[in-house]
Design a protein around this ligand. Structure first.
Ligand code: ADP
Length: 268
């Protein structure tokens, strides 16, 4: 066996997560009944933080894989490596989670290569099995194992390649942005700014989200508001802070950037 250690995937201290709907109740029920989870939602809306909180609550290790367009089945399942002249098997993150009854969170599964569905299928349906082709082995997932995928429904997705029979095994939770008062509370907590400052940033976010009809792919996420708040707290002038954390990251289109800059000027 390789040297992947499960111990380091346990979350020891309670992560800050502000529950703002039924997400926790539903995810806990999914876990109890061994049903995999699909988290839908825009980037920066708290999906990863929610998974950390869920894993902590359940006392299970969390193995997160940030998917990318080159991510293959072997990256998830594992591979043989040469170590000091010997061939050793190295579990991939998915295998590690299955073996130890952990939670495997495939973040932005939209990015992964389509062949990864081959291993997701039997794990997500009733079989709950992980075929390790290279070892001629099939691992049965213990009841503690949970598979969670996140994706942004706005984009092309591997999820669309899951067979309907598999897709329909998932519980799908939509994690949208929380209500303004809760979002401000989160920004206040995470960026360490005043309530008023946080509320102002949330107002700005809402304005940018309204630009989605005007061609902006996505408005400012909670994450961007936290970035803006963090810069403001460190002494950078609010207009400048919002420009570099919100308008510039959101778009390269001059008109859209100008529109967001105007929104910033109207508030600051
Ligand atoms: P995603 O995985 O959806 O891209 P993240 O979980 O990384 O988003 O969220 C971005 C940041 O926003 C987090 O690091 C956290 O600071 C904050 N955040 C968003 N929603 C919440 C929430 N409900 N409770 C606490 N923090 C949150």
């Amino acid at each position: 066996m390789g040297t992947q250690r499960i111990e380091e995937h346990y979350i020891v201290t309670e992560p800050y997560y502000r529950v703002h709907g039924q997400e926790l109740t539903i995810a806990l029920a999914a876990y109890e009944h061994q049903i995999p989870l699909l988290l839908k939602g825009p980037t920066g809306s708290g999906k990863s933080r929610f998974m950390q909180y869920l894993a902590w609550k359940l006392g299970r290790p969390l193995i997160t894989v940030s998917c990318h367009d080159d991510l293959s089945t072997s990256d998830l399942v594992g591979r043989y490596l040469i170590r000091g002249g010997e061939t050793v098997w190295m579990d991939g993150p998915l295998t590690l989670a299955v073996r130890h009854g952990g939670i495997c969170y495939l973040d932005e599964i939209v990015e992964a290569r389509k062949d990864t569905t081959v291993v997701i299928h039997p794990l997500a349906d009733d079989r709950r099995e992980l075929p390790i082709e290279k070892r001629g082995e099939i691992l049965s997932a213990p009841p503690e194992f949970m598979l969670a995928l996140s994706y942004n429904p706005g984009y092309q997705s591997v999820v669309k390649d899951l067979k309907p029979s598999t897709r329909q095994r998932f519980i799908a939770l939509e994690l949208t942005y929380p209500s303004p008062d809760i979002e401000a509370e989160i920004v206040q907590h995470e960026a360490g700014v005043s309530k008023e400052e946080a509320e102002k940033l949330v107002r700005l976010a809402e304005m940018t989200r309204s630009l989605e009809d005007a061609g902006l792919q996505e408005g400012a996420s909670t994450r961007l508001l936290i970035h803006a708040g963090t810069l403001i707290r460190s002494g950078i002038a609010p207009r400048q802070a919002c420009k570099v954390t919100i308008s510039e990251p959101l778009s390269d289109d001059h008109e859209l950037v100008a529109a967001i800059d105007e929104m910033i000027s109207s508030l600051y």
